[in-house]
Design a protein around this ligand. Structure first.
Ligand SMILES: C[S@@+](CC[C@H](N)C(=O)[O-])C[C@H]1O[C@@H](n2cnc3c(N)ncnc32)[C@H](O)[C@@H]1O
Length: 258
Protein backbone atom coordinates (compact mmCIF):
# COMPACT_ATOMS: atom_id res chain seq x y z
CA UNK A 1 0.00 0.00 0.00
CA UNK A 2 1.28 3.50 -0.83
CA UNK A 3 2.54 5.47 2.19
CA UNK A 4 0.69 8.64 3.08
CA UNK A 5 2.70 11.77 2.19
CA UNK A 6 4.79 12.85 5.16
CA UNK A 7 4.03 9.68 7.18
CA UNK A 8 7.77 9.15 7.74
CA UNK A 9 8.28 12.55 9.42
CA UNK A 10 7.19 11.63 13.00
CA UNK A 11 9.44 8.53 12.89
CA UNK A 12 12.40 10.60 11.67
CA UNK A 13 11.74 13.24 14.31
CA UNK A 14 11.72 10.65 17.11
CA UNK A 15 14.98 9.17 15.85
CA UNK A 16 16.77 12.54 15.82
CA UNK A 17 15.24 13.53 19.16
CA UNK A 18 16.85 10.44 20.71
CA UNK A 19 20.41 11.04 19.52
CA UNK A 20 22.85 10.54 22.41
CA UNK A 21 24.59 13.54 23.95
CA UNK A 22 27.99 11.93 23.27
CA UNK A 23 27.34 12.09 19.52
CA UNK A 24 26.83 15.85 19.62
CA UNK A 25 30.10 16.29 21.48
CA UNK A 26 32.06 13.97 19.18
CA UNK A 27 30.55 15.01 15.84
CA UNK A 28 28.92 18.42 16.00
CA UNK A 29 31.08 20.37 18.46
CA UNK A 30 34.34 20.02 16.44
CA UNK A 31 32.44 21.19 13.35
CA UNK A 32 31.13 24.23 15.21
CA UNK A 33 34.68 24.95 16.33
CA UNK A 34 36.18 24.74 12.81
CA UNK A 35 36.81 27.97 10.90
CA UNK A 36 37.01 26.32 7.50
CA UNK A 37 34.01 24.19 6.50
CA UNK A 38 34.60 20.50 5.87
CA UNK A 39 32.03 18.32 4.24
CA UNK A 40 30.45 14.93 4.44
CA UNK A 41 31.46 11.69 6.08
CA UNK A 42 35.18 12.10 5.34
CA UNK A 43 35.37 15.77 6.19
CA UNK A 44 36.66 16.95 2.80
CA UNK A 45 37.76 20.59 3.28
CA UNK A 46 36.00 23.48 1.53
CA UNK A 47 39.27 24.27 -0.32
CA UNK A 48 39.02 20.88 -2.02
CA UNK A 49 35.23 20.57 -2.24
CA UNK A 50 33.70 24.08 -2.51
CA UNK A 51 30.16 23.34 -1.34
CA UNK A 52 29.59 26.79 0.23
CA UNK A 53 29.35 29.48 -2.47
CA UNK A 54 32.17 32.05 -2.30
CA UNK A 55 29.97 35.18 -2.62
CA UNK A 56 27.56 34.88 0.28
CA UNK A 57 28.03 38.16 2.13
CA UNK A 58 24.67 39.57 3.24
CA UNK A 59 22.69 36.79 1.56
CA UNK A 60 20.00 34.79 3.34
CA UNK A 61 20.85 31.06 3.53
CA UNK A 62 18.16 28.59 4.60
CA UNK A 63 19.48 25.24 5.84
CA UNK A 64 16.80 22.54 5.53
CA UNK A 65 17.37 19.82 8.12
CA UNK A 66 20.12 21.78 9.87
CA UNK A 67 20.53 19.42 12.85
CA UNK A 68 23.12 20.98 15.14
CA UNK A 69 23.45 23.79 12.53
CA UNK A 70 27.23 23.87 12.15
CA UNK A 71 26.76 24.45 8.39
CA UNK A 72 24.73 27.58 9.18
CA UNK A 73 27.45 28.65 11.64
CA UNK A 74 30.10 28.33 8.91
CA UNK A 75 27.91 30.40 6.56
CA UNK A 76 27.34 33.06 9.24
CA UNK A 77 31.09 33.41 9.77
CA UNK A 78 31.41 33.96 5.99
CA UNK A 79 29.00 36.87 6.12
CA UNK A 80 25.70 35.16 5.25
CA UNK A 81 22.47 35.49 7.22
CA UNK A 82 21.51 31.86 7.86
CA UNK A 83 18.20 30.43 9.05
CA UNK A 84 18.28 26.83 10.29
CA UNK A 85 15.17 24.67 9.94
CA UNK A 86 14.86 21.31 11.67
CA UNK A 87 12.09 19.01 12.82
CA UNK A 88 13.98 17.81 15.91
CA UNK A 89 13.73 19.96 19.06
CA UNK A 90 16.74 18.15 20.54
CA UNK A 91 18.96 18.97 17.58
CA UNK A 92 17.91 22.62 17.77
CA UNK A 93 18.51 22.71 21.53
CA UNK A 94 22.12 21.63 20.94
CA UNK A 95 22.41 24.21 18.13
CA UNK A 96 21.25 26.92 20.57
CA UNK A 97 23.86 25.83 23.12
CA UNK A 98 26.55 26.03 20.45
CA UNK A 99 25.32 29.50 19.43
CA UNK A 100 25.84 30.70 23.01
CA UNK A 101 29.19 28.98 23.39
CA UNK A 102 30.65 30.24 20.08
CA UNK A 103 28.84 33.58 19.97
CA UNK A 104 27.42 32.93 16.49
CA UNK A 105 23.68 33.60 16.50
CA UNK A 106 21.03 33.18 13.82
CA UNK A 107 17.34 32.14 13.75
CA UNK A 108 16.50 28.47 14.29
CA UNK A 109 13.05 27.35 13.18
CA UNK A 110 11.40 24.20 14.53
CA UNK A 111 9.63 22.97 11.41
CA UNK A 112 9.26 20.40 8.66
CA UNK A 113 11.41 20.84 5.53
CA UNK A 114 8.55 19.38 3.52
CA UNK A 115 6.30 22.30 4.66
CA UNK A 116 8.70 25.11 5.51
CA UNK A 117 7.17 27.95 7.59
CA UNK A 118 9.09 30.66 5.72
CA UNK A 119 8.01 33.14 3.03
CA UNK A 120 8.32 32.64 -0.73
CA UNK A 121 11.49 34.03 -2.34
CA UNK A 122 13.15 34.80 1.01
CA UNK A 123 16.48 33.04 0.33
CA UNK A 124 19.60 33.52 -1.76
CA UNK A 125 20.81 30.04 -0.89
CA UNK A 126 19.04 26.85 0.22
CA UNK A 127 21.53 24.30 1.47
CA UNK A 128 21.72 21.01 3.31
CA UNK A 129 24.32 18.41 4.14
CA UNK A 130 22.64 15.02 4.74
CA UNK A 131 19.55 16.93 5.92
CA UNK A 132 16.41 17.19 3.80
CA UNK A 133 18.23 15.52 0.90
CA UNK A 134 18.43 12.25 2.85
CA UNK A 135 15.45 12.38 5.20
CA UNK A 136 12.72 14.17 3.22
CA UNK A 137 10.70 13.14 0.21
CA UNK A 138 12.28 14.92 -2.78
CA UNK A 139 8.85 15.44 -4.34
CA UNK A 140 7.98 17.50 -1.25
CA UNK A 141 11.21 19.26 -0.23
CA UNK A 142 12.57 20.25 -3.69
CA UNK A 143 9.39 22.28 -4.48
CA UNK A 144 9.83 23.94 -1.06
CA UNK A 145 13.46 24.80 -1.81
CA UNK A 146 12.44 26.27 -5.18
CA UNK A 147 9.65 28.28 -3.53
CA UNK A 148 12.03 29.74 -0.93
CA UNK A 149 14.63 30.85 -3.48
CA UNK A 150 14.73 34.25 -5.13
CA UNK A 151 15.34 34.26 -8.89
CA UNK A 152 19.05 33.55 -9.34
CA UNK A 153 19.29 32.00 -5.86
CA UNK A 154 21.15 28.73 -5.43
CA UNK A 155 20.28 25.27 -4.16
CA UNK A 156 23.20 23.14 -2.92
CA UNK A 157 22.87 19.77 -1.24
CA UNK A 158 25.17 16.93 -0.27
CA UNK A 159 23.77 13.42 0.04
CA UNK A 160 24.61 9.73 -0.47
CA UNK A 161 25.53 9.03 -4.08
CA UNK A 162 22.98 7.17 -6.16
CA UNK A 163 25.62 4.48 -6.73
CA UNK A 164 26.03 4.04 -2.97
CA UNK A 165 22.27 3.76 -2.59
CA UNK A 166 22.14 1.00 -5.19
CA UNK A 167 24.78 -0.94 -3.23
CA UNK A 168 23.36 -0.36 0.29
CA UNK A 169 21.30 -3.16 1.81
CA UNK A 170 18.53 -2.32 4.27
CA UNK A 171 21.02 -2.79 7.11
CA UNK A 172 24.79 -3.13 7.37
CA UNK A 173 27.73 -2.13 5.18
CA UNK A 174 27.67 -1.16 1.54
CA UNK A 175 28.37 -4.06 -0.85
CA UNK A 176 30.13 -4.51 -4.19
CA UNK A 177 26.81 -5.59 -5.75
CA UNK A 178 23.71 -3.75 -6.86
CA UNK A 179 21.12 -4.61 -4.22
CA UNK A 180 18.53 -1.90 -5.00
CA UNK A 181 16.68 -1.37 -8.28
CA UNK A 182 17.40 1.90 -10.07
CA UNK A 183 13.96 1.96 -11.61
CA UNK A 184 11.55 3.30 -9.03
CA UNK A 185 14.34 4.36 -6.64
CA UNK A 186 12.74 6.83 -4.21
CA UNK A 187 11.75 5.72 -0.69
CA UNK A 188 14.31 3.49 1.03
CA UNK A 189 13.64 1.16 3.93
CA UNK A 190 16.54 1.41 6.39
CA UNK A 191 17.25 -0.33 9.69
CA UNK A 192 19.71 0.96 12.29
CA UNK A 193 22.05 -1.09 14.48
CA UNK A 194 19.39 -1.27 17.19
CA UNK A 195 16.88 -2.65 14.68
CA UNK A 196 15.01 0.65 14.43
CA UNK A 197 13.22 0.90 11.06
CA UNK A 198 13.16 4.25 9.28
CA UNK A 199 12.92 5.85 5.84
CA UNK A 200 15.42 7.70 3.72
CA UNK A 201 15.03 9.05 0.19
CA UNK A 202 16.80 9.50 -3.10
CA UNK A 203 16.06 9.49 -6.83
CA UNK A 204 17.82 8.28 -9.98
CA UNK A 205 19.93 11.09 -11.47
CA UNK A 206 17.56 11.68 -14.40
CA UNK A 207 14.62 12.00 -12.01
CA UNK A 208 16.49 14.50 -9.77
CA UNK A 209 17.13 16.60 -12.89
CA UNK A 210 13.53 16.39 -14.13
CA UNK A 211 12.16 17.23 -10.69
CA UNK A 212 14.42 20.26 -10.22
CA UNK A 213 13.82 21.47 -13.78
CA UNK A 214 10.06 21.12 -13.30
CA UNK A 215 10.31 23.30 -10.17
CA UNK A 216 12.06 26.14 -12.03
CA UNK A 217 15.63 25.19 -11.15
CA UNK A 218 18.55 24.86 -13.54
CA UNK A 219 21.03 22.14 -12.56
CA UNK A 220 24.53 23.58 -12.84
CA UNK A 221 26.74 20.79 -11.53
CA UNK A 222 26.85 17.38 -9.91
CA UNK A 223 30.06 16.45 -8.10
CA UNK A 224 30.78 12.87 -7.15
CA UNK A 225 32.95 13.23 -4.05
CA UNK A 226 36.34 11.57 -4.23
CA UNK A 227 37.69 10.81 -0.78
CA UNK A 228 41.33 11.90 -0.37
CA UNK A 229 43.56 8.86 0.31
CA UNK A 230 44.61 10.22 3.73
CA UNK A 231 41.03 10.94 4.89
CA UNK A 232 39.54 8.81 7.66
CA UNK A 233 36.01 8.20 8.79
CA UNK A 234 35.52 6.75 12.23
CA UNK A 235 31.80 7.54 12.44
CA UNK A 236 30.20 5.81 9.44
CA UNK A 237 31.29 2.19 9.46
CA UNK A 238 28.95 1.21 6.63
CA UNK A 239 31.51 2.49 4.10
CA UNK A 240 34.78 0.49 4.18
CA UNK A 241 37.88 2.41 2.94
CA UNK A 242 38.43 0.01 0.02
CA UNK A 243 34.91 0.84 -1.27
CA UNK A 244 35.31 4.60 -1.17
CA UNK A 245 38.69 4.49 -2.90
CA UNK A 246 36.87 3.04 -5.93
CA UNK A 247 33.41 4.60 -5.88
CA UNK A 248 31.74 7.81 -4.66
CA UNK A 249 29.77 7.43 -1.43
CA UNK A 250 28.53 11.03 -1.63
CA UNK A 251 27.45 13.53 -4.27
CA UNK A 252 26.83 17.27 -4.27
CA UNK A 253 24.16 18.91 -6.42
CA UNK A 254 24.31 22.57 -7.47
CA UNK A 255 21.24 24.25 -9.02
CA UNK A 256 20.01 27.79 -9.56
CA UNK A 257 16.49 29.30 -9.51
CA UNK A 258 15.48 30.66 -12.92
C1 LIG B 1 22.40 14.11 9.55
S1 LIG B 1 21.51 15.47 10.22
C2 LIG B 1 22.05 16.67 9.04
C3 LIG B 1 22.35 17.98 9.66
C4 LIG B 1 23.79 18.27 9.91
N1 LIG B 1 24.55 18.37 8.69
C5 LIG B 1 24.36 17.24 10.86
O1 LIG B 1 25.05 16.31 10.39
O2 LIG B 1 24.10 17.35 12.06
C6 LIG B 1 19.83 15.23 9.67
C7 LIG B 1 18.88 16.26 10.23
O3 LIG B 1 17.72 16.30 9.38
C8 LIG B 1 16.63 16.58 10.21
N2 LIG B 1 15.37 16.25 9.53
C9 LIG B 1 14.93 15.03 9.16
N3 LIG B 1 13.71 15.12 8.59
C10 LIG B 1 13.37 16.44 8.61
C11 LIG B 1 12.24 17.17 8.19
N4 LIG B 1 11.17 16.55 7.62
N5 LIG B 1 12.24 18.49 8.35
C12 LIG B 1 13.28 19.14 8.94
N6 LIG B 1 14.39 18.48 9.38
C13 LIG B 1 14.43 17.16 9.21
C14 LIG B 1 16.88 15.73 11.44
O4 LIG B 1 16.11 16.14 12.55
C15 LIG B 1 18.39 15.91 11.62
O5 LIG B 1 18.66 16.94 12.52
Amino acid sequence: MAEKAGAHVPVTRRQWDEYPAAWFERYARPRWAADEPYWGMWGVPQSRLPVAPADLAGGVAVELGCGSAYVSAWLARRGARPVGVDVSARQLAFARRMQEEFGVRFPLVHGDAERVPLADACADLVINEFGAAVWCDPYRWIPQAARLLRPGGRLVFLTYSVLARLCMPEQGPVTNRLVQDLFGLHRLARRGGSGLAYRQFTLPHGEWIRLMTGCGLVVEDLVEVEVPPDATNSEFAEFPPEWVQRWPAEEVWFARRR
